[in-house]
Each structure stands twice: as structure tokens, then as C-alpha cells.
Design a protein around this ligand. Structure first.
Ligand code: B4P
Length: 187
């Protein structure tokens, strides 16, 4: 299955994608994780991305498309993939659509995780304590939520107009949300 998980920061995309990976036996591709790996490795790309991510802004579409193109050219995506954190704006959604069309592998499902803003802030504050991620500070979280409503929310309409979107309530236990996603995927 070729799947995109959409949702604001803290909605559980990364959390649920990790579970879906085991259930569906397909790779979990998180652009946040790919970028954090570049930052940790101190690569040229990582150096460019570090400050942008810490501010809660989006890294350039060009960098992201290069990363995604290279990741989707690997053999392990032959049976599908779960994209988590990409696309994050309509330009990225168009670029992904063109890329997948060029390799004859269009998306089969897009799941949007729905969670109210107050709860997102609470969840991310919990992760900040547990993991100390650089972009989980209150100022950056505010910015990430703003970027989500300005740039990423329009992606929902993009997939809605293609009849590909399933909305899932992201509030509940991890198991409850997981069961809802599987049901939305007809699994
Ligand atoms: P990401 O790594 O994608 O960060 P995120 O949006 O915060 O989501 P994440 O997946 O980590 O959190 P989750 O909802 O699972 O991106 C980080 C940065 O990278 C971006 O700000 C941007 O700068 C850059 N970037 C990434 N992709 C990009 C792109 N395409 N274009 C440009 N820039 C890009 O979960 C959060 C917390 O909630 C966890 O602690 C979890 O335990 C908790 N949680 C989850 N489900 C829960 C539940 N049901 N109940 C209670 N808690 C729950």
C-alpha cells in the first residue's frame, strides 16, 4: 500500500506510522527523521536544515523533493510505503504526484489525523520533557502550528478533491487511533 499520513505536529503521525510499518510490512518514511539524521551527521544539507527546523519553519521544497526522490528509488518500497510528514504544502503535494506518476506508483490512500490544538500543545510538551527535541520548545511549537494551518492544511483540500482522503479522529489511546486508521484503510 502507498500511503500518506497527514496531520499537525503532535497528531501522532510518527507514532502511528511506526505501528503501521509493522502491520503492513512496508517502510516508514518520515521526512522529519530523514532531516534529523542529516543534522546529526553534520552533512551540508543538515547544516542548512538545522536552524530552519529549530525555528519550526519548513525546509525548502527543493531539498525535500531531492530527499524523497532518492528515498523512493530504493528497492524496499516495491510493495509500498508510509509517508509521514510529506507533503507539507501544496507545491510538495504536486511534486509528489508528478514523481509517483513518473514511476507508475500513484498513492492509494491519504489518512488525516485530526486533533485539537490544545491537545497538540500538551502532547508536544510531554515529548519535550521526555526527549528534549530542539524544536519542541513553546515558541517553535507555536510556529509549527501556524505553518501547519497556513501551508499544510490546504493539502487536505488537495487530496479531498481527488477523492483520496480519509479523516480519522486522532484523540484516544494509541490502540484506539491505530484501530481507526486500519478501519479507514479497510484492513
Ligand atoms: P516532524 O518530525 O514531521 O515533526 P512533527 O510534525 O512534530 O510530527 P511527529 O511525527 O514527530 O510527532 P507525532 O505527531 O507522532 O517534522 C519536524 C520538522 O522537520 C518540521 O517542523 C520541519 O522543519 C521539518 N520538515 C519535516 N518534513 C518536512 C517537509 N515535508 N517539508 C519541509 N520541512 C519539513 O507525535 C508527537 C507526540 O504525541 C509524541 O510524543 C507521541 O508520544 C504523542 N502522541 C501520539 N499519539 C498520541 C495519543 N493518541 N495520545 C497521547 N499522546 C500521543
Amino acid at each position: 500500500m502507498r500511503l500518506v499520513l497527514l496531520g499537525p505536529p503532535g497528531s501522532g503521525k510518527g507514532t502511528q506510522a511506526a505501528r503501521l510499518k509493522d502491520e503492513l510490512q512496508i517502510p516508514h518514511i518520515s521526512t522529519g527523521d530523514l532531516l534529523r539524521a542529516e543534522v546529526a551527521a553534520g552533512s551540508e544539507l543538515g547544516l542548512q536544515a538545522k536552524e530552519v527546523m529549530a525555528r519550526g519553519e519548513l525546509v525548502s521544497d527543493e531539498i525535500l523533493l531531492g530527499m524523497i526522490r532518492s528515498r523512493l528509488s530504493r528497492e524496499d518500497v516495491a510493495n509500498g510505503f508510509i509517508l509521514d510528514g510529506y507533503p507539507r504544502n501544496v507545491a510538495q503535494a504536486n511534486a509528489l504526484e508528478a514523481l509517483l506518476a513518473s514511476i507508475g506508483q500513484p498513492l492509494q490512500a491519504v489518512v488525516q489525523l485530526d486533533v485539537a490544538n490544545e491537545l497538540l500543545v500538551e502532547r508536544i510538551a510531554g515529548r519535550a520533557k521526555a526527549e528534549g527535541r530542539e524544536d519542541d520548545n513553546p515558541e517553535s511549537v507555536r510556529k509549527r502550528l501556524q505553518v501547519y494551518s497556513d501551508s499544510t492544511a490546504p493539502v487536505i483540500g488537495f487530496y479531498e478533491s481527488r477523492g483520496a482522503l480519509a479523516k480519522v479522529d486522532g484523540v484516544g489511546t494509541l490502540d484506539e487511533v491505530f484501530a481507526r486508521i486500519l478501519a479507514a484503510l479497510g484492513k
